[in-house]
Design a protein. Structure first.
Length: 366
């Protein structure tokens, strides 16, 4: 889903006309994606039926081998167990793929329906709300876009937790059970199963981290400050970088779309600093600070990394550009202070109350 910059006007069209065109473009793309996902889902269902039949035949053969263990060679026993394990793995993968395709299909159907309603509303000649025409009205658009994005991430996060993550957990248990069947003392098979279990456990941890990256449940339950603390601590442990977070002011909850924007921005700034400074000859230090005032939230993320030239900001990646766009759309301000070999310091501030004053062009010292 694309976040459009409604403030840009390069061909004489009004921001509202640009928005109408963007809805049509997104609707066409969503319809194409829905057709592709539906086709893949149908093909995967057919493949699952074949795999299920094959698994039933292999399982029946394995039962026969078990009943004739004494008259069966070790090689045949091993082959039977390997075939059964491979068939179950392929079934597990295919079921996970089908579940994902089904979830994607449902998401795209809802997305297409929403876009069709928006397109119908626009085609009937309705005018934008006054809040969207007024100065700073881009925050209303941003709220809609971010809320839609985050609702999708939240739903996918829950489904990942209940689907693939649970399947991997069952896979670990299954590996233990299969290992107990190898009473013929096939040492190599047991070693391979142990390795399989280790791999599955590692994958399970990665899936859990992916869930947290996709949509931290803490963000809804506890708010932005505890969530960004958890993210910084986790990234510090994984990357080895020295990451610190300092929060000044009274912690409180904000509007959901504001909390999402702050978290995603800080996540990108801190995570980006780690990604772009992985080959330093010294330890990377990242200092993040959040100052909470009555009407403003000010954020600063600095590091002692490679830095960049001021004129290279346009090449710094989509993440920085998207942060600046979001900040400015809600009436905030962002600045970058960086030079090659001197690290970087990125600061932004946003209003957190509807009647917050316009931020000054020069950010106050943090």
């Amino acid at each position: 889903m694309t976040v459009h910059n409604f403030g840009a006007n390069t061909d004489g069209a009004s921001p509202w006309e640009e928005f109408q065109q963007s809805v049509q473009t997104d609707l066409d793309e969503a319809r194409r994606n829905l057709q592709e996902v539906t086709l893949m889902y149908e093909q995967s269902q057919a493949e699952l039926a074949k795999l299920t039949q094959r698994n039933a035949a292999i399982t029946a053969h394995l039962q026969q081998v078990r009943s004739q263990v004494e008259a069966t060679s070790k090689a045949d026993i091993q082959n039977a167990y390997n075939a059964a394990l491979e068939a179950q793995q392929r079934l597990l993968v295919m079921r996970g793929q089908i579940e994902k395709l089904q979830n994607d299909q449902e998401t795209l159907k809802r997305y297409v329906t929403s876009l069709e309603r928006a397109h119908k509303f626009l085609s009937e000649g309705h005018q934008p709300p006054r809040s969207m025409r007024a100065k700073g009205g881009g925050s209303a658009v941003l709220e809609l876009v971010i809320n839609a994005q985050e609702q999708e991430r939240q739903r996918l996060s829950r489904q990942m937790h209940d689907g693939p993550a649970q399947a991997l957990s069952n896979f670990i248990v299954q590996a233990d059970i299969v290992a107990r069947f190898f009473e013929v003392d096939l040492n190599r098979s047991k070693e391979e199963l142990n390795a399989l279990k280790t791999t599955a456990m590692s994958t399970f941890q990665k899936v859990r981290f992916f869930i947290s990256e996709l949509r931290p449940m803490m963000l809804d339950d506890l708010g932005v400050v505890p969530t960004i603390r958890r993210y910084a601590d986790t990234l510090k442990e994984q990357s080895g970088a020295d990451i610190s977070l300092n929060v000044k002011g009274t912690e409180r909850r904000f509007e959901p779309y504001i909390e999402v924007m702050i978290f995603r921005s800080m996540q990108e700034l801190i995570g980006g600093a780690v990604r772009h400074n992985q080959e330093l000859p010294y330890k990377l230090q990242i200092n993040a600070q959040m100052v909470i005032e009555d009407r403003l939230v000010r954020v600063s993320v600095s590091d002692n990394g490679k830095g960049m030239r001021p004129e290279d900001e346009s090449e710094s990646g989509v993440g920085i550009k998207l942060i600046r766009e979001r900040v400015e759309m809600v009436g905030g301000y962002m600045e970058i202070d960086s030079n090659v070999g001197q690290g970087s310091r990125i600061t932004f501030q946003i209003p957190v109350e509807p009647n917050a004053p316009e931020p000054e062009q020069e950010l106050r010292a943090m």
